[in-house]
Each structure stands twice: as structure tokens, then as C-alpha cells.
Design a protein around this ligand. Structure first.
Ligand SMILES: C[S@@+](CC[C@H](N)C(=O)[O-])C[C@H]1O[C@@H](n2cnc3c(N)ncnc32)[C@H](O)[C@@H]1O
Length: 258
């Protein structure tokens, strides 16, 4: 009970050090996109479309994609903002960022930097939206992850998070069995069983969708809402940065979450 309370109000986080997470993704970077498509049951492009839609970005706007990996979400955001817009993708894994740069070298509106989600390389209110896809569960402090995304979006801008969930529906739970049992074996086929087992663990420790919504409010976001996708196997969370500095809104939002 006490742990649940802490998870709700402090946000919780992945106990694996960020350096180790970065090294893990360095090891799987070359096969990441293909594996991701198989692991998601070929749903990943559909989930990505929903995430990008939820940003409400328009042509010429700017966005940041946190924990960008090979930059697939960043590229879809760039399609939306067009060549007069700007999309920054950041990730702690050198290999992931190298792949993102190589794959999107022809896109002048896209930029990739090696950076930690908890210390984003951008000033306050720089972007119209911030996204994170399958990255939040890797962070050592979920609340700080949302606070940092809130900091870099302008008032009225959206923070959008797509993440694997622990579904309640029967079909969703079957999907989770696939993820927990089969994914480490698929990882073993490419010599990365331990890395994929570690990814499965990060889902086990992740808060429920309602708890993540509470963490987002505690971080200072308003109008927080979430939707289950594909029988609740993943959830899409959206929050808005209110007017006024984050430090002034974080207190009342935390109390309201209770
Ligand atoms: C499961 S992948 C998701 C990649 C991409 N967003 C996608 O949807 O395909 C998680 C990514 O989070 C990155 N990551 C983990 N911890 C991070 C941190 N503290 N800061 C920035 N990136 C991080 C990893 O290096 C990895 O590329």
C-alpha cells in the first residue's frame, strides 16, 4: 500500500541505472526497428499515428521527441510540421542516435542529439509539443520525466506519452503473455535474450494508466487524459502545460491528485 502511495505521488521510476539502459539499447540498436514491429504484432505504425495525432501539431511548429530511438516518431512528427517546422529527437544511446541520424539524413527539419530525458538540451517553452514513445518506463524518475517535458513545451502545448500497459481485458492479457514469455525468446534468437528480458521487467514495474495520469498531474500538467489502444496493451496519455510557470502549478496539482 505504502509503495502504491509512493508510486502515485512521487511517480516511481525504473531502478536500472540510465547508463546501463543506454548500453542495453546500444547493443540492440541495429535490429531494434524490425524487432519492434514483430513484438508489437505489427501495430506500432498505428500506435505511432495516434500519438502524432494527439500532439495537435500544425505546419511550421516545433516538437521534441524524447527517447527517440531510431527516430521513427520524430520522422512522423516532422511529416506533420513540414519543412518549415523543427523536430528535435534526443536519446541516451549513442548507437540509436547514430542510426536516427543516418536514416533521416535528408530531412533538414530534423535534428538528433545524445541527451538524457531528465536534462533536456532545450530552454523553457521551446516547443509546441513533446512526445515520448516506449521510453517513459526506462526513466529512473517518471515524474521528473514529465516535469522536464512540461518545462520545454509552451503554455498550451501538449505532452504525449505512449507506453506498454498492463491490460485488464482477456485479449489484452494474452498479448501481455506474448510480450512476457515470447519476447525474451525472440531476443535470444538474435543473441540478446537478457536485454529483452530487461525490457519485459521494465513493463512489470510500470504504474497503471490511472497512476501515470496522477503522476502527470503531480508534474504540473492539466487536462490529463488517457486512452487504451489495442485491447489496452498500450496506453496513450496526453496532458497540457497550463499558463504560468511549472513551479506555481505543481503544488496544487499534486494536492488535487489526492
Ligand atoms: C523502447 S526504445 C523506444 C524508441 C522510440 N521512441 C520508439 O518508439 O521506437 C526506448 C529508448 O529510450 C531511450 N532511453 C532510455 N533512457 C533514457 C533517458 N534517460 N534519456 C533519454 N533516452 C533514454 C533508449 O536508449 C531507447 O532508445
Amino acid at each position: 500500500m505504502r509503495d502504491r502511495f509512493r508510486a502515485r505521488f512521487e511517480g516511481g521510476g525504473n531502478p536500472v541505472p540510465t547508463e546501463d539502459i543506454g548500453a542495453l539499447f546500444d547493443r540492440i540498436a541495429d535490429r531494434y526497428d524490425a524487432m519492434n514491429l514483430v513484438i508489437s504484432g505489427f501495430q506500432e505504425p498505428r500506435w505511432r499515428r495516434r500519438l502524432v495525432q494527439a500532439t495537435q501539431l500544425e505546419a511550421g511548429m516545433a516538437a521534441i521527441d524524447v527517447a527517440t530511438g531510431t527516430g521513427k516518431v520524430a520522422a512522423s512528427l516532422a511529416d506533420r510540421v513540414g519543412t518549415f517546422g523543427h523536430v528535435l529527437g534526443v536519446d541516451v544511446s549513442d548507437r540509436m542516435v547514430a542510426r536516427a541520424r543516418a536514416e533521416h539524413a535528408d530531412r533538414i527539419e530534423m535534428e538528433f542529439l545524445i541527451a538524457d530525458a531528465l536534462d533536456l538540451p532545450a530552454g523553457d517553452a521551446t516547443f509546441d509539443a513533446a512526445t515520448i514513445a516506449f521510453g517513459m518506463r526506462n526513466l529512473p524518475d517518471y515524474r521528473r520525466g514529465f516535469e522536464e517535458m512540461l518545462r520545454v513545451v509552451r503554455p498550451g502545448g501538449r505532452v504525449v506519452c505512449l507506453e506498454i500497459a498492463r491490460p485488464r481485458s482477456l485479449i489484452g492479457r494474452l498479448g501481455l503473455v506474448w510480450f512476457e514469455r515470447i519476447v525474451p525468446r525472440l531476443g535470444s534468437l538474435i543473441g540478446q535474450g537478457r536485454a529483452y528480458a530487461c525490457l519485459v521487467d521494465s513493463v512489470r514495474g510500470y504504474p497503471t494508466p490511472d497512476e501515470i495520469a496522477a503522476v502527470m498531474r503531480a508534474a504540473g500538467l492539466v487536462d490529463v487524459a488517457w486512452a487504451p489502444l489495442t485491447f489496452g496493451m498500450v496506453t496513450l496519455h496526453v496532458g497540457v502545460r497550463p499558463a504560468g510557470p511549472p513551479s506555481e502549478v505543481a503544488g496544487p496539482a499534486l494536492e488535487a491528485a489526492g
